[in-house]
Design a protein around this ligand. Structure first.
Ligand code: NAD
Ligand code: UDP
Length: 336
């Protein structure tokens, strides 16, 4: 039996494939490389000492999906494949809905036809919109403020309908908070195209000299120091959460939703400070205007996942900083 990992060449997917291989699970990666590089495959192999089975292709390609499900005995799918840039989703919303929503629909139809009904889906804390209070529990109301977030919400709702129509499905909706860090080997990590949108890769690219200074988007939020607060989680902790979710699906829980976060929020200034301390690199920054659509504070109550999955994020903020920096230093141009 094998696990199909869509988007397995990407940032979170590649780290999850490493952890799966390290517990001797057979994995097939399906990725169209729209936001990743083939180079990651060799890196995974050199960490795990195991061959990677990789298929270059698209989740929108129904024929290809059928042929994969015929060729391999999948018992579950971890579905990472998707587009994730909030700004871009405002510019090309239909592309986001087609890729993220229709792509998932297509995948589920093929899964159903081959009676593979265990699915782990990459959702996001963005489905909580601007929460009234923090920490955020899974039962909090959901909403979306941009097409990317709406695509995640639509998929969550579609999967809930699917489960209601056929309770033999087992589906884990994993709502990730803010993944950062990299594998401790420094050989795989996050490799954004162009100028990074997210805080952590921006900081490391300033440190390595690719970018001049960081803009801190607003210091007038109602937070500890006025800058935005997020729940940063080490990508390897997040990867472990997927292994635990797969285990959970084997106990046939039906449709389950978990927050994957640490439960601890840090502000932008705290992140800068922590990076500087952990690495000895100065991060020049300026305070600039708030970024449209940003919220003040977002951090998880991870207790439900802690209890139900027997999973807890264990890596410290210092480790996240050190690992992000090692990856960036070793790979100033990502996988190129
Ligand atoms: P990523 O872009 O590094 O990985 C996604 C992978 O999917 C890429 O390798 C890309 O080439 C592939 N892909 C995209 N569309 C595809 C398609 N139609 N067919 C086949 N492959 C396709 O992103 P990531 O950070 O690893 O995120 C993985 C998932 O987690 C995404 O669904 C994302 O929305 C979600 N998520 C990410 C974050 C985050 O901050 N990184 C937070 C919450 C949720
Ligand atoms: N942020 C910032 N400068 C940047 C990128 C991000 O000040 O160049 C802030 C952003 O306003 C937010 C936090 O850092 O408060 C995390 O932003 P990111 O885009 O990484 O995650 P998200 O906002 O999607 O949770």
């Amino acid at each position: 039996m094998a696990t199909l990992v869509t988007g397995g060449a990407g940032y979170i997917g590649s780290h999850t494939v490493v952890e799966l291989q390290q517990i001797n699970q057979d994995v097939v990666i399906l990725d169209n490389l729209s936001n990743s590089s083939k180079a990651v495959l060799k890196r995974i192999e050199s960490i795990t000492n195991k061959a990677v089975t990789f298929v270059e292709g698209d989740i929108l390609d129904t024929e290809l999906l059928h042929s994969l499900f015929k060729q391999y005995q999948f018992d579950s799918v971890i579905h990472f494949a998707g587009l994730k840039a909030v700004g871009e989703s405002n510019e090309i919303p239909l592309h986001y809905y087609k890729n993220n929503v229709y792509g998932t629909l297509n995948l589920c139809e093929v899964m159903a036809q081959h009676s593979v009904k265990n699915l782990v889906f990459s959702s996001s804390a963005t489905v909580y919109g601007d929460p009234e209070t923090v920490p955020i529990k899974e039962s909090f109301p959901t909403s979306a403020t941009n097409p990317y977030g709406r695509s995640k919400l639509m998929v969550e709702e579609m999967l809930a309908d699917l489960y209601r129509s056929d309770p033999s499905w087992n589906i884990a909706l994993l709502r990730y908070f803010n993944p950062i860090g990299a594998h401790e080997s420094g050989t795989i990590g996050e490799a954004p195209n162009g100028i990074p949108n997210n805080l952590m890769p921006y900081i490391t690219q300033v440190a390595v000299g690719k970018l001049k200074q960081l803009s801190v988007f607003g210091n007038d939020y109602n937070t500890i120091d006025g800058t935005g607060v997020r729940d940063y989680i080490h990508v390897v902790d997040l990867a472990h959460g997927h292994l635990k979710a797969l285990e959970k699906l084997n106990s046939q829980p039906g449709l389950v939703t978990y927050n994957l976060g640490t439960g601890q929020g840090y502000s932008v200034l705290q992140m800068i400070n922590s990076f500087e301390k952990a690495t000895g690199q100065a991060i020049p920054y300026q305070i600039s205007a708030r970024r449209a659509g940003d919220i003040a504070e977002c951090y998880a109550d991870p207790q439900f996942a802690n209890q139900e999955l027997n999973w807890t994020a264990t890596k410290s903020l210092v480790e996240m900083m050190e690992d992000s920096w090692r990856w960036q230093q070793n790979n100033p141009n990502g996988y190129q």
